[in-house]
Design a protein around this ligand. Structure first.
Ligand code: SAM
Length: 354
């Protein structure tokens, strides 16, 4: 017999753990009323750890050149219609200098897997950012690299690394990626980043092709066991130049429900309300925060390259999504009862919200 939904909710909120079957049932039984009830608990748990603070990150999209060919991604190698660019170290430093007076104290360097960014180049760049702004954190999101490379960049001062696991189901992983990419290697990278001492982020797209509540339950179990410091989830949105061009976008309400469940699994996790959520819904960021998210990542890339980092169709990069309009974002977040703060915004460890 299936456990009742209320007993699952009680178990999740008390123990922060369910079996894969139970996570799957929680997803199968989704209703707006259950989502609302759980979100209220997630918001309460987050308030006890982070108060009403929302952390800010400046996202610098350093390159859309990528050696990988992920089937869902608009900057995949085989997309010949993608106008490629890469930023020099000087251009990246200029983005940091533009972001600092706007209140940014974490800079996220994200890009395709572009071999131009050698360990030497990145180590020098990271050291320069940290020496100019010792009060700032540097987050990298540059895909899979060797463990020696991860170590070198950590030694140079990088604090955090975001590497979405994409899916915790190996067969599903193979449906989203070419055979040259390996599920095991991605998971090994996450473990190596953790061992080296980074604050580590994993994550996945909601509604990616071939995803099911069974694969999502595996994602939730993986998150429960891996205990990431950060977790990036956002809806899948098709890109017209990829094999998944005709697949439907993920759902905003399911994304919010998953944000809530992840907050309840790991109360102190840093959870962004992502650009993809803001792209699918005009108030996507606010909905994400009201579901349990506590991080926003406006775009600090130079204006002339923003359109070129097109992971999916119609990706937002203007308005409250633009770092230059961070005051608009502050107002919008304030209007729902939260405060965007200017600090590094590290994960709070040993925080007990149970
Ligand atoms: N290359 C790095 C990596 O692999 O982690 C970072 C850049 S990659 C483009 C960042 C994330 O974008 C991926 O982890 C993926 O989840 C997300 N993404 C790519 N295509 C997307 C799409 N069509 N819809 C939503 N998110 C997408």
């Amino acid at each position: 017999m299936k456990p009742s939904i209320s007993s699952l909710i009680e178990k999740l909120t008390k123990t922060h753990s369910l079996s894969e079957d139970e996570y799957s049932t929680l997803l199968d039984e989704y209703t707006p009323e259950i989502a609302e009830e759980l979100a209220a608990q997630a918001v309460d748990v987050r308030r006890r750890i982070y108060g009403n603070e929302v952390y800010l990150r400046g996202l610098i999209e350093i390159s859309n050149i990528c050696r990988n060919d992920c089937l869902y991604c608009g900057i995949r190698r085989s997309n010949m219609n993608c106008a490629r660019y890469r930023l020099s170290s000087e251009e990246i430093l200029a983005c940091v200098e533009a972001g600092y007076p706007l209140g940014f104290r974490t800079f996220v360097l994200q890009g395709g897997e572009d071999s131009y960014y050698t360990d030497d180049l990145l180590a020098a760049l990271i050291a320069e950012i940290k020496s100019a702004h010792p009060d700032c954190a540097v987050t990298l999101s540059l895909g899979e690299r060797g463990s020696e490379s991860f170590r070198r960049l950590h030694d140079a001062g990088a604090d955090r690394y975001l590497l979405r696991h994409e899916t915790a189901d190996e067969a599903h992983y193979r449906m989203l990626h070419p055979s040259s990419m390996s599920f095991r290697h991605r998971m090994d990278c996450l473990r190596s980043l953790r061992e080296i001492g980074y604050q580590v982020g994993c994550g996945f797209m909601v509604g990616s092709p071939h995803q099911s509540n069974v694969t999502l339950a595996k994602d939730l179990k993986f998150i429960e066991q891996f205990k990431p410091d950060m977790c990036g989830i956002g809806p899948f949105i098709p890109h017209h130049d990829t094999p998944f061009r005709d697949d439907p976008a993920g759902s905003v309400s399911l994304t919010c429900y998953l944000l809530t469940i992840i907050r309840l699994i790991q109360p102190n996790v840093l959870l962004p309300a992502t650009t993809a959520l803001g792209t699918l819904h005009p108030e996507g960021r606010e909905l994400g925060i009201l579901a349990g998210a506590n991080v926003v990542m406006p775009n600090l890339s130079p204006a002339d390259v923003r359109k070129k980092y097109e992971l999916y169709d119609n990706k937002l990069s203007t308005g409250a999504e633009s770092a230059q309009q961070v005051d608009e974002l502050r107002q919008r977040i304030k209007a729902i009862g939260y405060t965007v703060v200017s600090c590094r915004g590290d994960v709070r460890r040993n925080a007990d919200a149970s």
